[in-house]
Design a protein around this ligand. Structure first.
Ligand SMILES: [Zn+2]
Length: 383
């Protein structure tokens, strides 16, 4: 038997329309639609053609149902600007990440989720519209900023810089996976699944921006609820402010930054918080440490020096998952190879590797690109 929804999932994971898949397989679009709706079942030759064109093992198509993931429930940044194919690739990657997480959770005790839910700090309703103010104090108070301070307080972080954001999220129960290189338009996204927070990160960006993206997604998880993520510029602005405040706490920036800092100071100080130079310049302005004119000067200077999209000569390496590194190392000790995991999930090893920061290759080499530089989050084999 073929599970019709898996045909749809596999096609969307490859970012293909029914018409394009028809061209790749030699089957008619009408026939494919019948397969996908369950009105017809593919014959063995048709299934072989689909398996080859979609690059999923045939066994993938007969496994059980995979729960859906809708664009409403994930924190896509600019839904209207995304192409349908990028959206499909990202959402289906999220569904496969959830399958992998379930596989791991059956075998390992993972850190329990400890992401505070502070939706009352958001000023948005589920549609991303601003809820009229109920008279809370204006001026200094910024709910997203307060939420970031509260999460830091609950996690006992004080105001110190965060050495490794991905490890921190994982230690508090977030399941962090990587996005494949075929959806680079998507920076990152997050969602809740039955009380478990997920974050998927694009690896095509600088280490600094990857950290900011992860903090931004934490902001969505904290501020924007489990049922439906609000979308739109206001939700993005809240998550952005949360990320800036979480990575560069007001108290720590005020303690270190001079009034009217120079561009050179920013280029030195960005290393303290491990953020992009542009992000620090923006934060200084947000905290009224620079004037509008100084901020514009910083933007022009940094743009000229190549810091608009990149972080030239950055000593940082891209963060990877600690939990996944430990899981695959533990499996290897048990004699379970990544290829076995991929086979269990009915995936090609390459698709598994895309979800796990490319750790499979390094783990086979006995390496461990992520490095376990801090106390590992609690993780133990269940059996
Ligand atoms: Zn966002």
């Amino acid at each position: 038997m073929t599970t019709a929804s898996r045909l749809v999932l596999a096609r969307r994971r490859r970012g293909l329309t029914v018409t394009r898949l028809a061209q790749h397989t030699g089957l008619t679009a009408r026939r494919l639609s019948d397969f996908e709706s369950g009105r017809a079942t593919p014959s063995p030759p048709s299934l072989a053609a689909l398996s080859a064109a979609l690059e999923f093992p045939e066994s993938f198509f007969s496994a059980g149902e995979v729960a859906d993931l809708t664009a409403d429930s994930v924190s896509f940044r600019a839904l209207s600007k995304m192409t349908a194919s990028q959206r499909d690739i990202a959402l289906s990657s999220g569904r496969l990440a959830r399958e992998l997480q379930a596989w791991i959770a059956d075998r390992f005790r993972l850190p329990p989720p400890e992401i505070p839910s502070l939706t009352s700090f958001s000023r948005l309703d589920a549609d991303g519209e601003q809820v009229p103010s109920t008279g809370e104090s204006a001026g200094e108070s910024c709910p997203a900023e307060d939420a970031a301070e509260l999460v830091r307080a609950r996690w006992g972080l004080g105001y110190a810089p965060i050495p490794h954001l991905t490890h921190l999220l994982e230690a508090h129960g977030t399941r962090v996976f990587s996005l494949s290189g075929d959806c680079l338009e998507v920076d990152a996204f997050s969602f809740w699944d039955r009380g478990i927070p997920f974050v998927l990160l694009n690896l095509g960006k600088t280490a600094e921006r990857g950290r900011f993206d992860a903090a931004h997604e934490l902001g969505h998880l904290v501020l924007h609820g489990e049922e439906q993520m609000p979308h739109g510029p206001l939700a993005e602005a809240e998550a952005h402010r949360f990320a800036a405040a979480f990575l560069m706490p007001r108290a720590d920036v005020l303690a270190h930054a001079p009034q009217g800092a120079t561009t050179d100071w920013i280029l030195q100080a960005k290393r303290r918080w491990k953020v992009a130079a542009m992000a620090l310049a923006h934060r200084l302005h947000e905290l009224a440490l620079t004037t509008e004119w100084q901020y514009r000067t910083h933007c022009v200077d940094l743009g000229r020096l190549g810091y608009r999209k990149d972080e030239p000569r950055s000593p940082l390496t891209r963060e990877t998952s600690q939990v996944l590194g430990k899981v695959f190392a533990a499996l290897r000790r048990e004699g379970v190879r990544p290829a076995d995991v991929a086979r269990d999930l009915h995936l090609r090893p390459a698709d598994l590797n895309d979800l796990i920061f490319g750790l499979v290759v390094t783990s086979q080499e006995g390496g461990g690109r992520g490095g376990f530089d801090k106390a590992p989050p609690s993780l133990s084999l269940v059996r």
